[in-house]
Design a protein. Structure first.
Length: 168
């Protein structure tokens, strides 16, 4: 496996086409649907398409993307975290999501902090952004804890939705 970084409790690696079951579970979890949106990934074919045209394509084109986060203790997939390059943002942004069973255990901060350090130090990306819905109070709090500054409301060109933009 292509490990990107790790923490005391977590290993963060590139996603593969072998991660389809996890992708289906995560992308249909309540938090994902509420705060990120329905990506219409409901079966293995959808998951392969999502992985191929999302994270795997991003690794090839940008040298980074969304990564799988697993526990070191037993290699259990718990979430995704990584760096994305969106056409609607001037700089790469950090994104993350956890399965509900692993929320409230400090994993979100642990994985996002490790990926942020990877982006700044290993990838040498000078500016990292993040976007979130204003109502996602857990995400707003986490982004602040990571040291990212709230730059205020942001409306992406491809959306009418008002988000909050954070930046280091």
């Amino acid at each position: 496996m292509n490990t990107i970084t790790h923490t005391e409790r977590l290993a963060i690696r590139q996603l593969t086409l072998g991660d389809t079951d996890f992708i289906i579970e995560l992308l249909n979890s309540p938090g994902w649907l509420k705060f990120i949106g329905d990506r219409n990934v409901h079966n293995i074919e959808d998951a392969i398409n999502y992985l191929t045209n999302g994270p795997l394509k991003s690794y090839a084109e940008n040298g980074f993307g969304l990564y799988l986060v697993v526990t070191k203790a037993d290699d259990t997939p718990i979430g995704m975290c990584g760096v994305l390059k969106r056409a609607t943002l001037d700089h790469p942004d950090i994104g993350y999501a956890l399965l509900p069973a692993f929320a409230g255990m400090g994993y979100a901060y642990e994985m996002a902090n490790a990926v942020l350090k990877h982006a700044l130090h290993d990838l040498k990306l000078p500016v990292i952004c993040a976007i979130t819905l204003p109502g996602n109070t857990a995400s707003v709090k986490l982004l602040g804890k990571l040291g990212l500054q709230n730059k205020g409301p942001f409306v992406a060109e491809d959306s009418k939705e008002t988000l909050l933009l954070f930046q280091n």
